[in-house]
Design a protein around this ligand. Structure first.
Ligand code: NDP
Length: 449
């Protein structure tokens, strides 16, 4: 494994996030490899770490002043052993190939855990929708799809949303895909309810994270009722995580965006959450505006020179990182543990650094990796495709019931895999092992392709 890691580093030395994601999976699956020498002879690790295809393209677009801009577009088609590539599109200034390869790699295991037939992919652009008009975002999405449409399709590759790609962007992308293909197919998920979308898809990742957390707490005869929770981010995942925590009787005291975070000691109730949804989804404002409306809350500006994030330094029982990768480092993890946190459930992808994960495991914190806990979003994307094929819409209760069943099953799968390989209760190892075994066995069955 160390030779393969060295090759990956030597080939693409700048791809630090990708190397981090691969290293973490390799650490977990060592016992599986020891017991299954056939994986080595068929170069499974070399194959699973090399994307099946990477598409990189130019996206020219024009702003409202008539000035032309060029961004870079990507789609990483990582692994289709168990189904068509599926995974989100991220529009954010930080997007590069390393970040998309790490996300696509994680998505492969994420999707395998859902029990649905979905391979893994991820894409996006370094275009940042923040501060752009709706017309600018539309022109960009149309330019992006003008190339991407050649590479995707309901049986090939099905993109959905991620950071910076919500209902508005999916609408513009779908409109352009339909025009270019001259057909109405279920190629994107997260579609609007009136044109092929599924009920509960916007909520699915956040709700699923909280269902998973509740399953973890149940193993200690506990629940979210009465728990104080820290949540980061204020986008799709964070909003619906807060909503479901409130439903389950917990209290959330923080939210953030890339400019800073708010701490509301009295708790973010349903009215306050509705305000945040309007602020973020309609007005596209900043989280600092929360304190204009609710003066008891405190706003702290982000500061990249700090060695820790003060959001994670408040007394609480549970933490739900729901913004972005590497947002909890070992110092933050130490603060969380010192302040009484006993459960960390990842809504974002890879929000905890390896040092933070080690600390959580040393201190027997209930820790769930995003590839297990946030799989509800892609699971309901799979359910959206199923409804599209049947040309019908399930009621809200039906989708939510299926989501709950899937999250419970992922939770049990993680526990079973961890126990089988001698690490009972280790969700991190359990998720990596279960996802890995499912995908590599399909790869072996399908020969050297
Ligand atoms: P959104 O764009 O809706 O929200 C992202 C939130 O995180 C925003 O509040 C954003 O603030 C903040 N954020 C983004 N980058 C940074 C940064 N570098 N530093 C601090 N804050 C940041 O995205 P989602 O809610 O969809 O995604 C959040 C996470 O969940 C991501 O890791 C994503 O991969 C993961 N995820 C999402 C799924 C989905 O269904 N949407 C499914 C599974 C995982 P700002 O507005 O200032 O940028």
């Amino acid at each position: 494994m160390s030779d393969i890691l060295k090759t990956i580093e030597a080939r693409d030395p700048a791809e630090k996030e990708y190397q981090q994601a691969v290293t973490e999976v390799f650490k977990s699956v060592k016992p599986v490899l020891d017991q299954n020498p056939e994986y080595r002879y068929s170069a499974i690790l070399e194959r699973i770490t090399e994307p099946e295809r990477v598409i990189m393209f130019r996206v020219p677009w024009m702003d409202d002043q008539g000035k032309a801009h060029v961004n870079r577009g990507f789609r990483v088609e990582m692994n289709s052993a168990i189904g068509p590539f599926m995974g989100g599109l991220r529009f954010h200034a930080s997007v590069n190939l390393s970040i998309l390869k790490f996300l696509a790699f994680e998505q492969v295991f994420n999707n395998a855990l859902t029990t649905l037939s979905m391979g893994g992919g991820k894409g996006g652009s370094d275009f940042d929708p923040k501060g752009k008009s709706d017309e600018e975002v539309m022109r960009f999405c149309q330019g992006f799809m003008a190339e991407l449409f050649r590479h995707i399709g309901p049986n090939t590759d099905v993109p959905s949303g991620d950071i910076g790609v919500g209902a508005r962007e999916i609408g513009y992308l779908f409109g352009m895909y339909k025009k270019l293909r001259n057909e109405f197919t279920s190629v994107l998920t997260g579609k609007g309810l009136g044109w092929g979308g599924s009920l509960v898809r916007p909520e699915a990742t956040g709700f699923g994270v909280v269902y998973f957390a509740n399953e973890m707490l149940a193993t200690r005869n506990d629940s979210l009722a009465g728990k104080t929770c820290l949540v980061s981010g204020s986008g799709t995942v964070a909003q619906h995580t807060v909503e479901k925590i409130i439903d389950m009787g917990g209290t959330v005291v923080t939210l953030s965006d890339s400019s800073g975070y708010i701490f509301d000691e009295e708790g973010i109730d349903r009215d306050k959450l509705d305000y945040v949804k309007r602020l973020k989804n309609l007005r596209r404002g900043r989280i600092m505006e929360y304190t204009d409306k609710y003066s008891a809350a405190i706003y702290t500006e982000a500061d990249s020179t700090r060695d820790h994030n003060p959001l994670w330094d408040h007394a609480a029982d549970c933490a739900f990182p729901s913004a972005t990768q590497n947002e909890i480092n070992d110092k933050d993890a130490g603060n969380l543990i010192r302040n009484g946190v006993t459960l960390v459930c990842e809504g974002a992808n890879m929000p905890c650094t390896p040092g933070a994960i080690d600390l959580f495991q040393d201190k027997k914190i209930l820790y769930a990796p995003g590839k297990a806990a946030n799989a509800g979003g892609v699971a309901v994307s799979g359910l959206e495709m199923a409804q599209n094929s049947m040309r019908l819409n399930w009621p809200r209760e039906e989708v939510d019931k299926r989501l709950k069943i899937i999250m419970r099953s992922i939770h049990q799968t993680c526990l079973d895999a961890a126990a089988e390989y001698g690490r009972p209760g280790n969700y991190f190892m359990g998720a990596n092992i279960a996802g890995f075994v499912k995908v590599v066995n399909a790869m072996l069955d399908q020969g050297l392709v």
